[in-house]
Design a protein around this ligand. Sequence first.
Ligand SMILES: O=P(O)(O)OC[C@H]1O[C@@H](O)[C@H](O)[C@@H](O)[C@@H]1O
Length: 282
Amino acid sequence: MTDRILLKSPDGAQAEIALHGAHVLSWVPAGAPEQLYLSPRSEFAPGKAIRGGVPVCFPQFAERGPLPKHGFARNQAWRLVSQDVSRDDAMAVLALDGATADVGAWARHFELELTVRLAGQVLDLELACTNTGEAPLSFTAALHTYLRVADLNATSLAGLSGLRYWDSIAQRDERQRVELLLPGESGVVDLDRIYFQAKEPLLLSEHRLNGRVRRVLITSQGFDDAVVWNPGPERCAKLADMPADGWRHMLCVEAASVGIPVELPAGETWVGRQSLSLESAG
Ligand SMILES: O=P(O)(O)OC[C@H]1O[C@@H](O)[C@H](O)[C@@H](O)[C@@H]1O
């Protein structure tokens, strides 16, 4: 079993993080239920990616380069740098050092840090990469957040309207013409899209049978793009670490820099953030 850190803020919010991949496994805002999807069939084994939560994709997004899918960071043991609780929040910092990590053919001159901050209804994730070498670094990255939903058919995502996107399934450029993305609508499920220059906040809404609406506001900084992914029933059936109906209960809304790789000069630090705020538990 992977080493885990439990973060608890004084107001009752909780998050769990695995040192394996600096992987946020769980986020429970104060007085609210779990907000992240973690597959009950996920493997927790060295060298394997965890299915669900928030995988850190670095230094390569998906298969857009020579490295293993989504890069090596999610498959490495990270180090806990610090863990603090203050009057208002709880925070943990985890690090991966290129000098000691298994980076394959990639450069060793980097340090990665993931800062997880938890308070009330908010989870803030900050990924920082410092170029510790003499040569520039070029990378793509994502915080691959799996949001838990009770029913994908009752879920919508707003904030993408007008954006150009790459449809990774149809393998073509498209433009988001409708205001709301309704991933559960027949014909739309099985989504794999990179929305470029997605700078506006995104709002996930989930309509409950009792008429209430759960709302999660998703904002990002430093990341240019947003990836929306759901495997749908057929692809899900091929994922050994997902239950057959897993696709119904998740939607990945990822803060990513994919379209234009980050070019990081020697000695500099790049920072990308994703914040999740539960506006209404529904
Ligand atoms: O199964 P993995 O490696 O965790 O990847 C899951 C998905 O991650 C998404 O970010 C990609 O856009 C998809 O193409 C990919 O299938």
